[in-house]
Ligand binder design. Structure first.
Ligand code: F6P
Length: 346
């Protein structure tokens, strides 16, 4: 029987645990819905360069628990070129694709939204460990990143206590503090620095000093890479220049915070930057389930031709939401979570 539609699947932006679970679920549901699935290599770059492979049940067998993405990913933006939309349209025609499923974060889904506005049939799946996409309560990958960061904080606790040191741990979170707040809350952090709540170094030092007065000479400070910290010269974000896509490379704020704490308190202070370990490796059970449900929903959106929509989580239900809503504004940290974490500061 001839398939109903031929759909291309791509993964874009930073990788994230659970991407393979989404791909597998799309392929399995597509089988039931009589859709043919083509995997596009390396995000939108592979689309305009027409690099693809047929995704069969056999090809996606055994990938549920694997980190990364079997399709590869990139931050390539086809719409950066003036003829970008036409290049995408041409590539889809040549590949015989009727529709696209874009799995990605803010960048990837904003491109998908613009393709939809140009009447290219596309649906989305929200992905980011940072959990900063609108339209969905949570994205897959976030739970895994929080678990990895929490495990690290637990380990830092015991060595901090043995050596009576202050430990500053830097986690991911470009524009938002979801990972920092959840992992800090779960790991019992003594202060949490996030982009949404500008904090002065005086406040951090006060938390450390209050603990010292209570007889505790060790502290754990969790810091998002994009934390807004005033180290004495106003709030600034610490970065290391730009990558090839013009994307600011964050990282290093923990070193500045640690130097200031050590200088001000005299307590030995050490830094751990978790970096990419938060994005690598197997997804948690929660993320496997969420990613699978998103993948099934995305295949259903294609079968129903509900273009311009994205799978999303509301409460415990998987729903459809317009790509426009998901990309309109960043989902910043829930203040209630930060307030709960701050009960334990100092
Ligand atoms: O968007 C997720 C994220 O993990 C951010 O927190 C981080 O700043 C960024 O990716 C780094 O990604 P890369 O170095 O791969 O561009």
């Amino acid at each position: 029987m001839k398939s109903l539609l031929k759909v291309g699947v791509l993964t874009g932006g930073g990788d994230c645990p659970g991407l393979n679970a989404v791909i597998r679920a799309i392929v399995r549901r597509a089988d039931e819905r009589n859709l043919e699935v083509m995997g596009i290599r390396d995000g939108y770059a592979g689309l305009v360069e027409e690099r693809h492979e047929r995704l069969t049940r056999r090809r996606v067998s055994g990938i549920l628990h694997l980190g990364g993405t079997i399709l590869g990913t990139s931050r390539y933006n086809p719409l950066a070129a003036p003829e970008g939309v036409e290049a995408v349209r041409r590539a889809m025609r040549r590949l015989g694709l009727d529709a696209l499923i874009a799995i990605g974060g803010e960048g990837t889904l904003s491109i998908a939204r613009r393709l939809h506005e140009a009447e290219i049939p596309v649906v989305g799946v929200p992905k980011t460990i940072d959990n900063d996409l609108g339209g969905t309560d949570f994205t897959f990958g976030f739970d895994t990143a929080v678990q990895i960061a929490t495990d690290a904080i637990d380990r830092l606790h015991s060595t901090a206590e043995s050596h009576q040191r202050v430990m500053v741990v830097e986690v991911m979170g470009r524009h938002v503090g979801w990972i920092a707040a959840y992992a800090g809350l779960a790991g019992g952090a003594d202060a949490i620095l996030v982009p949404e709540r500008p904090t002065t170094i005086d406040q951090v030092v006060e938390h450390v000093e209050r603990r010292r007065r209570a007889g505790k000479r060790f502290s754990i400070i969790v810091c998002a890479e994009g934390a807004a910290v005033d180290l004495g010269e106003g709030v600034k974000v610490v970065s290391r220049g730009y990558d090839q896509w013009g994307h600011l490379k964050l990282g290093g704020v923990a070193h500045e915070v640690a130097s200031a704490i050590e200088a001000r308190t005299g307590l030995e202070t050490r830094v751990t930057v978790l970096g990419y370990v938060q994005r690598g490796g197997a997804p948690t059970a929660y993320d496997r389930v969420l990613a699978t449900r998103f993948g099934i929903h995305a295949a259903d959106l294609v079968a129903r031709r509900e273009w311009g929509m994205m799978a999303a989580l509301r409460g415990n239900r998987i729903v459809s939401t317009p790509l426009e809503e998901a990309t309109r504004s960043l989902k910043t940290l829930d203040p209630e979570i930060y307030e709960a974490a701050s009960v334990f500061f100092g």
